[in-house]
Design a protein around this ligand. Structure first.
Ligand code: HEM
Length: 203
């Protein structure tokens, strides 16, 4: 179970790295974000790549919840608990996030581009939900990676012990979350959401 979870985890981590890099392009404006997503879609919207990604996500959800139920009673240290709860949050997030993306694509017939992704983030009061929803997802991703690193890494790097390296990964996650929110809300001034996406925010 752990081995399958690890392999599907690597596949998903490759996608998420590109996905969050794509979101960092919001710092250069909405148009730049859309241009880069169109390029990346040539890879992950390919039927084989997307099928592999979705299978990996389903394996991650099921194997992750089984590992959570098995481990939750005998987990002590900060990073062990972080691994457990960040994993659970990601499993729940995947269900809602992919559910939303595929409903948008196949039922609402919307282009699930940046406007789809950040409509809620840029609209009060629904952003009171979307800020923690997306923020915890990015933090849980880096939290899960830093916890795995804490368990697996044995060597010092540039004088940093494995524990310090794990803390640095977590810190990077916090800084990236704030930076992505800065870009995805047009520097906290708000992105104008086109009319066809208003259905997502009850307008
Ligand atoms: C601010 C945070 C995020 C935003 C605004 C966002 C937005 C989006 C959008 C717009 C899509 C549709 C892409 C397309 O149609 O090509 C998407 C797809 C997806 N996102 Fe996110 N996302 C965020 C964070 C995350 C995180 C943290 C994860 C994983 C932990 C994640 C996993 C996925 C996956 C697996 C897909 C499906 C890709 C596909 O098959 O089309 N996202 N997201």
């Amino acid at each position: 179970m752990k081995q399958i979870h690890y392999i599907s985890g690597v596949i998903i981590t490759i996608f998420i790295s590109f996905h969050l890099f794509n979101h960092s392009y919001s710092l250069f404006g909405v148009e730049e974000h859309i241009l880069l997503m169109d390029k990346f879609r040539m890879v992950y919207r390919n039927i084989f790549a997307e099928t592999l990604l979705l299978i990996a996500v389903f394996i991650q959800i099921f194997s992750g919840i089984r590992l959570f139920l098995k481990r939750r009673k005998n987990t002590t240290g900060f990073f062990e608990k972080l691994q457990l709860w960040s994993g659970l949050y990601l499993a729940i997030f995947f269900v809602f996030h992919l559910g939303a993306v595929f409903t948008g694509r196949f039922f609402l017939d919307l282009d699930t581009n940046i406007y789809f992704g950040v409509a809620g983030l840029n609209t009060f009061p629904v952003n009171l939900f979307f800020i923690p929803y997306y923020g915890l997802a990015i933090l849980s991703f880096f939290g899960h990676i830093s916890a795995i690193h804490d368990v697996k890494m044995k060597n010092n790097v540039l004088g940093f012990t494995p524990r310090k390296q794990s803390v640095l990964i977590l810190l990077f996650g916090v800084i990236l979350t704030l930076t992505l929110f800065y870009g995805l809300t047009n520097r906290y001034r708000g992105i104008e959401i086109p009319a066809e996406y208003h259905i997502l925010i009850g307008k």
